[in-house]
Design a protein around this ligand. Structure first.
Ligand code: 4NP
Length: 156
């Protein structure tokens, strides 16, 4: 089993969007028994909240489920439970270092690292930009490429 954790600041806009999109792709490719997906925030302000209305609207439009998803904060234990910890921006990476328990087997990277010539190096935060459609465009491309990378790397 490969475990993938998406991380942003609040766990209500970007990382839940990535979690839902990535799970949707995994289910569509019939490999849910091989890859598990979750998301978390480096901050704890929104614990137990459902995804932001903007993220829900974008996912509804794409007919992608976010059923049962609730915000949580990342914890040190995540370094034992996940193989990939995929952040949205550079600040997430910095903040994640505070939780790290030096498990060097875990791949910590940004979602846009998996895109060739990305439009952005970081996924813009729609909590501030208000542009959930553009964030979806980037998240969708990143998730497609990340899944392809993981499938090739682990022969899935
Ligand atoms: P996210 O967006 O990190 O994509 O979930 C944010 C959500 C909430 C806050 C910041 C960013 N906040 O400061 O409450």
């Amino acid at each position: 089993m490969i475990n993938v954790l998406f991380v942003c600041l609040g766990n209500i806009c970007r990382s839940p969007m990535a979690e839902a999109v990535f799970r949707h792709l995994v289910e569509r490719e019939n490999i849910s028994n091989k890859i598990k997906v979750d998301s978390g925030g480096t901050g704890g302000w929104h614990i137990d909240e459902v995804p932001h209305i903007g993220t829900r609207k974008v996912l509804d439009k794409q007919k992608i489920s976010y059923s049962g998803m609730k915000a949580r904060q990342v914890s040190k234990n995540d370094w034992n439970d996940f193989d990939y910890i995929i952040a949205m921006d550079d600040q997430n990476i910095k903040d994640l270092q505070k939780f790290n328990t030096q498990n060097e087997d875990v791949v910590v990277a940004k979602l846009m690292d998996f895109v060739d010539k990305p439009k952005e190096q970081e996924v813009p935060d729609p909590y501030y930009t208000g542009n959930f459609d553009y964030t979806y465009e980037l998240v969708s491309e990143g998730c497609t490429n990340l899944l392809q990378y993981i499938r090739e790397k682990h022969n899935i």
